[in-house]
Design a binder for this molecule. Structure first.
Ligand code: HEM
Length: 572
């Protein structure tokens, strides 16, 4: 029996479609199914349920995110996932997993989130800090590491640091002699660090009350505004679909601050170009071109960057905007990080008088009381170094390192997809019980060799080999891996020298009626984490008075003097 099946055109099409679907199911179904299965079985880190519509867990993060994440990690673990807005954020809270991110997966995790502020404030991410991982970042990083922040460049600017720290100590001395009472340490430390950095960058200093020019006022105002606006949490970074609406109204503020900042930096670059032109004319007309050799040693960072123009490939040429972006980085990254650490170290020493006593005894033994401590003494001051390590451990000035993954990776057995924000919480890593005995206690002796620790706590010593240089993941205040801080050597010297001078030169007390144990220990979270209530202290000189001198001695000024503009503007 024949069965004549007559099908219309649409029915025929349907049969063909079904046949194709069956074929497709048989051919790609298993592969597709496996993919879904794999996706379902890939373990994602645990974390809080994102309660708020659109905002996820963003409102729960609060003003001190490093502390919030630290407490959350106690519940969800050392690899934890949060939904901040619509963005996936993975927070790392232990040395073990910090190592997996910054060493094992260093390359994959080496990019940065694409935040609105980075585009507006640092010239479309032409700087180092905010630059995405790639050719431009590599070239700029090279400029920083090999040209600007190299050991020889840091050594060449020793004179600037010595002078600024001497001005600082002398200001405190005068204040104390005049019986003016407590000093605001936070603002004085900020000003000294700012002067050090701007003099290294472009030979000018602006934080001098005795020499408050219109230019200085402009700089201070705009730097303050930059710091404030750069530190805000912008919802558009976490809910990208809200970007066009700029719901918090930050974009016009950022643009206005950035335009003001740019006017300031453009003048600096133009002045340097003019000076360079003048020097070139002099060289051409000079009978003794070698006379200009000394200039090489007094070059500031802007001079160096201008001289490197054309050295780098087209995609990362040192254009004016790139130079200004790098200057911005140095000011933002180099100033309050070191000032904040010294403030916290002093707070801890006030709360632990036995540690203060030991530091001063060490300075007396190594340096004596007839001269000020110098950079060349720092290597011999083992206890002072331990105090700094302990201050960096408990109060990392940049407690949250923010990276972004460029490909899928695995951390702690969890799957981390590409384009995930990865936050390494140094605040938690440095307090991890797997790494430290009594991790919440301030105990510099833990960083001494066991045989050097006489007290009962000898068993808690983890040794002086822990060097902050990114190898020991229980202490990484400068980060680790390819995005690690290129200013580490400079930052360390700035912190150690200032702290050493302060504790050698003065006896410190809190204002009458205040007790060290009552000091508020909360911080502000911004570009750095200074004490929320600035430290006020009373200083009493402890060295012979003839040593306190407004002008640093020639012996402490081994490198060439700063330019006339620098020395005049630094007239404290
Ligand atoms: C106590 C002082 C300092 C501390 C604690 C510190 C800490 C840090 C940290 C934690 C990072 C991020 C690392 C990462 O993302 O993995 C960083 C990056 C950076 N720091 Fe520092 N820093 C200090 C001083 C300085 C100084 C003095 C400069 C330069 C003048 C500087 C320039 C930079 C730059 C340019 C980056 C970006 C590196 C990159 O993205 O490749 N820092 N710093």
């Amino acid at each position: 029996m024949s069965f004549d099946l007559k099908l219309g055109t649409s029915a025929k099409a349907m049969v063909v479609a079904v046949a194709v679907l069956v074929l497709l199911r048989n051919l790609v179904g298993p592969w597709f199914g496996q993919k879904i299965l794999r996706r379902r079985t890939r373990r994602r880190p645990p974390g809080p349920f994102p309660i708020w519509p659109l905002l996820g867990s963003l409102p729960s993060v609060g003003k001190l995110p490093h502390r919030t994440y630290y407490y959350m990690s106690k519940k969800y673990g050392d690899v934890m996932q949060l939904k901040l807005g619509t963005v996936r954020v993975v927070v790392i809270s232990s040395p073990e997993f910090a190592k997996e991110v910054l060493k094992t997966n260093d390359r994959v995790c080496a990019s940065r989130p694409d935040d609105v502020s980075a585009h507006i404030l640092v010239y479309g991410r032409k700087d180092v800090i905010c630059a995405p991982y790639g050719d431009h970042w590599r070239a700029m990083r090279k400029v920083c590491a090999l040209e600007l922040l190299s050991p020889s460049r840091v050594a060449a600017s020793q004179n600037i640091r010595t002078q600024e720290v001497s001005f600082f100590v002398n200001d405190i001395f005068k204040h104390s002699k005049e019986g003016k009472g407590a000093l605001n340490m936070q603002s004085m430390l900020h000003e000294t660090s700012m002067n050090e950095i701007t003099r290294m960058l472009f030979k000018r200093s602006y934080c001098n009350k005795a020499h408050y020019t219109a230019e200085a006022q402009e700089f201070q105002e705009v730097a303050l505004e930059m710091g404030k606006i750069a530190g805000v949490v912008n919802i558009s970074d976490y809910v990208p679909c809200l970007k066009p609406f700029d719901v918090q109204g930050y974009v016009p503020i950022m643009k206005a601050v950035s335009a003001r900042w740019d006017r300031f930096l453009s003048k600096i670059v133009a002045d340097h170009l003019e000076e360079l032109q003048g020097q070139q004319n002099n060289i051409m007309s000079s009978e003794h071109p070698s006379e200009n050799k000394a200039d090489a040693e007094s070059k500031d960072f802007v001079d160096v960057m201008l001289s490197l123009r054309g050295t780098y490939n087209r995609s990362s040429r040192l254009e004016n905007s790139t130079i200004k972006a790098v200057i911005t980085d140095m000011i933002c990254a180099g100033t309050d990080t070191s000032a904040t650490t010294v403030e916290w170290a002093l707070v801890e020493l006030l709360r632990h008088p036995e540690a203060m006593k030991k530091s001063q005894e060490e300075l007396d033994a190594v340096v004596g009381r007839e001269r000020f401590v110098e950079e060349s003494d720092l290597a011999a001051l083992k206890y002072l170094q331990a105090v700094c390590k302990e201050a960096f451990r408990l109060h990392p000035p940049a407690p949250l390192i923010q990276h972004e993954s460029i490909a899928d990776c695995t951390v702690g057995g969890y799957h981390i997809p590409a384009k995930t924000r990865i936050v390494v919480n140094l605040w938690a890593v440095h307090r991890h019980p797997s790494a430290y005995d009594k991790p919440l206690e301030f105990n510099p002796s833990r960083f001494l060799k066991a045989e050097e620790v006489k007290e009962a706590a000898a068993g808690s010593a983890c040794g002086d080999h822990i060097d902050l240089k990114g190898k020991d993941f229980q202490l990484i205040p400068f980060g680790s891996g390819r995005r690690m801080c290129p200013g580490m050597d400079l930052g360390l010297i700035m912190v150690q020298l200032k702290l050493a001078r302060l504790i050698q030169s003065f006896t410190w007390q809190l204002p009458a009626g205040e007790k060290p144990e009552d000091l508020d220990m909360l911080e502000n979270f911004s570009l750095a984490t200074p004490k929320a209530i600035p430290l006020h202290v009373v200083a009493t000189p402890r060295l012979p008075f003839h040593l306190y001198n407004p002008n640093p001695s020639p012996s402490s000024s081994p490198s060439p003097s700063p330019s006339p503009s620098a020395s005049s503007s630094s007239s404290h």
